[in-house]
Design a binder for this molecule. Structure first.
Ligand SMILES: CC(C)(COP(=O)(O)OP(=O)(O)OC[C@H]1O[C@@H](n2cnc3c(N)ncnc32)[C@H](O)[C@@H]1OP(=O)(O)O)[C@@H](O)C(=O)NCCC(=O)NCCS
Length: 290
């Protein structure tokens, strides 16, 4: 087994290959949110420390530290020894006394490695719940008068980034035309899975980005947003249904979305449950201090 430091887009694709090869509803990562997480925030990569563990051509695990102290990671469940290696590496690159990571609760090989390294679950931390639905019977999107659905075209990263920022303005999103162009250039982005709601004046006001894992026939929706002035009109619901129909047309059998599950932020989960998603596994944050 070898370890090497991340050195560019080929390594991102290798990280996604591991996620795709080992994906199940019991896994934290989908190929889409790996791409989104790496590229969406301008300048974020300067704080990433990333390493990959492999055996020959096969990637067995990766660790992606956001300094000072947060770890994202994926490990082949048949290789719990690699999980131990990733945690030890993270301990060596973290730059603070309080280190955290988030896993999906069923990822026992990761939980075991964390417990052995002295991490404890943080029961008070916010968490996310993966929601799933089948795609054989997707309802038609409905919009109020004055709005229409369209998917993004290549070259529209500036408008697409702007509608994302509008939807996420409560949180101060920094997604830019340049960073969204990087998202659009990343595998497996497809403009026909990236949907917006447009007003009659041509303003984009709601959005939902879909990512297809064609090997597992599962689509991920990440992220979703609606500009505050246009909320509660059914626009996000329509954009999500448009993505679900596009997933189905592209050959997906099921879809996945991961809203917050804790009571501090319940609205997105209500939206997804209102269009047929059902809750599955939740995330758990683990923490080590000292
Ligand atoms: C979550 C968000 C996308 C909803 O957008 P929206 O266009 O207002 O949602 P819709 O009008 O399509 O609502 C669909 C359903 O979601 C639920 N919902 C939406 N907003 C709600 C609210 N404020 N309170 C309670 N339920 C709500 C309802 O079930 C609603 O159906 P109903 O209006 O028939 O009762 C929007 O609030 C937003 O952009 N938030 C910030 C970004 C974010 O959190 N994105 C999701 C992350 S997973």
């Amino acid at each position: 087994m070898q370890r090497h430091d991340y050195s560019g887009a080929d390594d991102l694709r290798a990280m996604q290959d591991l996620v795709q090869r080992t994906w199940s509803p019991r896994c934290r990562w989908h190929v889409g949110d790996v791409a989104w997480g790496r590229y969406a925030i301008p300048g974020a990569a300067a704080g990433f420390r990333t390493a990959l563990w492999s055996d020959g051509d096969q990637v067995l695990g990766w660790g992606w530290a956001e300094v000072p102290g947060f770890l994202s990671w994926a490990v082949d469940p048949t290789r719990p020894d690699v999980a131990t290696e990733v945690v030890a590496w993270f301990e060596s690159v973290a730059e603070c006394t309080e280190r955290t990571t988030t896993v999906l609760q069923p990822e026992a090989h990761l939980v075991d490695a964390l417990a052995a390294a002295g991490y404890s679950p943080d029961r008070a931390a916010p968490y996310f719940v993966h929601h799933h639905r089948a795609l054989d019977d997707v309802e038609e999107p409905q919009l109020p008068d004055g709005f229409r659905l369209r998917h993004v075209e290549p070259g529209q990263s500036a408008a697409r980034a702007a509608v994302h920022r509008a939807g996420w303005s409560d949180f101060g999103s920094r997604v830019s035309a340049e960073s969204y162009a990087e998202v659009m250039a990343a595998w497996p982005y497809r403009p026909d899975l990236d949907w917006v709601v447009e007003t009659d004046d041509g303003e984009w006001v709601a959005s939902a980005l879909g990512w297809l894992d064609d090997h597992n026939a599962v689509g991920l929706i990440e992220p979703v947003g609606c500009a505050p002035a246009y909320r509660r009109l059914g626009l996000a619901r329509a954009a999500n249904l448009a993505v679900l129909q596009a997933f189905r047309d592209a050959g997906a059998a099921s879809a996945l979305v991961g809203p917050r599950g804790d009571e501090a932020y319940p609205v997105p989960a209500r939206l997804y449950r209102s269009i047929g998603f059902a809750p599955g596994a939740r995330t758990v944050t683990y923490r080590r201090t000292g």
